[in-house]
Design a protein around this ligand. Sequence first.
Ligand code: PLP
Length: 412
Amino acid sequence: MASLSGLRLIMDDIATTTGSVTGKEWLNLGIGNPAVIPEVRDTWQRMTGEALTASFGDVSCRYGPSRGLPEAVEAIADYFNRRYGWDVGPRNIVVGPGSQMLCFIAAALFTGPGASGDTRLVLPMTPDYTGYQGLSLAVEGITGVEPRLRIQGKRSFRYLFDLPALEGLADVGLMLLSSPSNPAGRCASPEEIQRLIAAAQGHDVPLVVDNAYGAPFPGIGGLSMAPVWDERVINVFSVSKAGLPGERLGFAVADERHIDPIVSFLSNSALHAPQLVQSALARALRSDVLDTLVASVIGPFYAERRKFVESLLAGSLPEDIVWYLHTAEGGMFCWVWVDEEWFDDLRLYETLKRRGVFVVPGRHFFTGAERSEGLGRHPRQCFRISITPDTDTIAAGVEVIAGVLGEMRDAS
Ligand code: PLP
């Protein structure tokens, strides 16, 4: 916790490099920020404005309950009951300052030293969000299970869960995955979630499903993948990718035996999440404004953008290089695997940086993979491109990437 994980270092590198060199047009395809879509921004501004006018004195000038602002907690419960036929109430909900913090709290509560020894946070499938790497206070407190690879067609591949490996792990305290995943954009199917629940049952631990990119909002790609209610599952949701990353707002919905300790942890550590933006969220949920945004603006925006980037890659990357794209099921990224001996993700990163282009090297997403040789060089053969920059930036960046890949091939 006292140092930065691999990806944060790279993000720092991007921020300081792009900030310190003026007069140069940087092409940043490493962005983790959601696209700033004018209609989305304006809607949040309106919702926040309404909250400000109606309740500033009550919500911003007073402390509130650690579970969350009651109007937000109730709006969340009603929303999930209405939308998914769940039967949740305030007892099943906790609002936190971002879903990252809620994941950290879950890891702090359910892993680490315990009556029967130390337990770890387990990522059922790597690669997964690098932000998980900083969630444990214990050295070696996190491990990940490598996926199996399936090539499907000339330019496409997909990761599969290695369930026997997951089931065979010892000292599991909590399982955590993002779906749709960052970086690969993989959506766990309802059947896969059921198998993960069974694995969690085998280890007698909770399973956190991080829906930061999924349904019900922002619903990027995997619109049909409704979150699964189960007494073992802690579903975590974020408002960030639906347009408000700077306001730090997320919430968890789960059985109260999991929610209660999270509320206590939040109370002990942060008191509670910011309340003005909770009031704005409550308004957006009750008025169906958020559903409308997802269906008519956010969903189509990312679908269109993904189509654009995929066809750009297909038309630009050298034809004679063996490369694959992970099947795009959701999320904000394209995940490219260059299956060539000469390819190295860090070398690509450094070379691109010298040409003014940023991508994110893949190895940092393979938490725990450095201890295993199962995937061979695969973790060093991937990189992540964000689909959120404007199309001109993406097109110019991909052109440079294609050129550098050609040079790396020729030099091999
Ligand atoms: N989970 C995933 C998978 C993410 O990619 C991110 C941010 O990039 C987060 C969580 C952080 O979300 P929040 O802003 O709600 O803390």
